[in-house]
Write a protein that binds this ligand. Structure first.
Ligand SMILES: Nc1ncnc2c1ncn2[C@@H]1O[C@H](COP(=O)(O)OP(=O)(O)OP(=O)(O)O)[C@@H](O)[C@H]1O
Ligand SMILES: [Mg+2]
Length: 361
């Protein structure tokens, strides 16, 4: 992409003998909201610290706006204060001896902005995070959530080329988190700000991001839009990490007509139109689907793309029913509306939509 603002190329970081960032590769476009999503300890914070200049990479290259910030092979290293990068830390380091106003004003004072500019921008930033009433409050007299919002205000008050946010909403209660999420996205779009966001919360990643990079043990498993990574996970890890999956094993059948996956003797599922070429007749594969993309039908209802299963249990979930279905040697959890009732022990059909499945080896 020619409009790439950031190129993070093959970056490696070791701590002692431990490889924490293992050849991570991604780009971020102007105005893009890019999220690193992964479990605890997978290297998300370390990746942000490498971007901010708080860690020195062992190998690779980091280029922002065409300017090389770090490249050990070339002996290039730009210190943090010479990078045009804003960061909000996971432990939102705010200064206890300063007021809310002075905490937020700090990056502007460092840049020697005029007093009236400081007043206006701090006011805007505090309003944005809902703290406009607490301007003169001392930072120690704030709740954890309020301190986090001060840190967020401080990270956006000076508009950097790239904003790094490390789990900025994790200390807020659910309601406020959702509100802040919406406001954060609106602000980012309004300022056309490029963001690298870190979270282990898949819902948050889905709601906020233009693209998501799923990180596992210091590597990127998959990079794509929320819909791409959710609906077409490229690995089992991505599928599981982004939500619940239904997985059944089968065998590719290419004899005549369209490619299909035979699920033992329980039925067949058509392959997505674009992947047939990647598999040979007889290949052993897994079919991945989201529970909401698999529908239940009576055992005697005929049609394609269905396999037979047996109802093991039914759980009443208030607004829907959850069926535990034994099919293809597995126990699968599937949701269904309350109108469809299938008795425990009865045979049932699971209907797959070839447009909404992923085939993995
Ligand atoms: N300064 C350091 N020295 C040694 N090991 C470190 C250092 N910083 C991080 N690590 C290790 O690197 C790994 C990745 O840490 P990192 O903080 O990047 O994970 P994370 O993905 O942000 O996790 P979390 O979601 O828990 O914040 C961990 O195993 C951590 O213990
Ligand atoms: Mg972290």
């Amino acid at each position: 992409m020619s409009s790439d603002l950031l190129q993070f190329t093959n970056v490696v970081k070791d701590f002692g003998g431990n490889r924490v960032v293992d050849g991570i590769d991604f780009t971020v476009a102007e105005g893009e909201f890019f999220t690193l999503l992964g479990p605890s300890g997978c290297g998300k914070t370390t990746t942000l610290r490498l971007l901010a200049g708080l860690e020195v990479p062992n190998a690779g290259e980091i280029v922002l706006q065409g300017r090389c910030l770090a490249a050990p092979a070339k002996g290039v290293w730009v210190p943090p204060d010479k990078r045009n990068v804003g960061m909000m830390f996971q432990s939102y380091a705010i200064w206890p001896h300063l007021t809310v106003f002075e905490n937020v004003a700090f990056p502007l004072r460092v840049r020697r902005e005029a007093e009236d500019v400081i007043r206006r921008r701090v006011g805007e930033a505090l309003e944005l995070v809902g703290l406009e009433g607490l301007v003169e409050r001392g930072a120690t007299q704030l709740s954890g959530g309020q301190q986090q919002r001060v840190a967020l205000a401080r990270s956006i008050v000076y508009t950097p080329s790239l904003l790094l946010l490390d789990e900025p909403l994790s200390n807020l209660d659910v309601k406020l988190r959702e509100q802040m999420r919406t406001e954060l996205r609106a602000l980012q779009l309004r300022l056309n700000l490029a963001v690298v966001y870190v979270t282990h919360d898949q819902g948050e990643a889905m709601a906020l991001s233009d693209r998501i990079a799923v990180v596992n043990e210091g590597r990127l498993e998959q990079v794509g839009t929320p819909a791409e990574v959710y609906e077409h996970p490229s690995t089992r890890f991505v599928g599981d990490f982004l939500g619940r999956t239904v997985v059944v094993r089968g065998t590719v059948r290419k004899d005549g007509g369209r490619s299909r996956v035979a699920i033992g003797d329980k039925g067949e599922v058509g392959m997505p139109a674009d992947v047939g070429d990647q598999f040979q007749d007889g290949d052993s594969v897994r079919v991945l689907a989201r529970p909401e993309d698999v529908t239940l039908e009576r055992a005697d209802a005929a049609g394609p793309n269905r396999i037979t299963g047996t109802v093991e249990a039914i759980t009443y979930m208030g607004d829907h029913l959850e069926y535990t279905v034994q099919a293809a040697g597995r126990s699968l959890a599937l949701a269904a509306g309350k109108k469809d009732r299938y008795a425990v022990g009865s045979e049932i059909k699971l209907v797959f939509d070839p447009a909404n499945i992923t085939i993995l080896r």
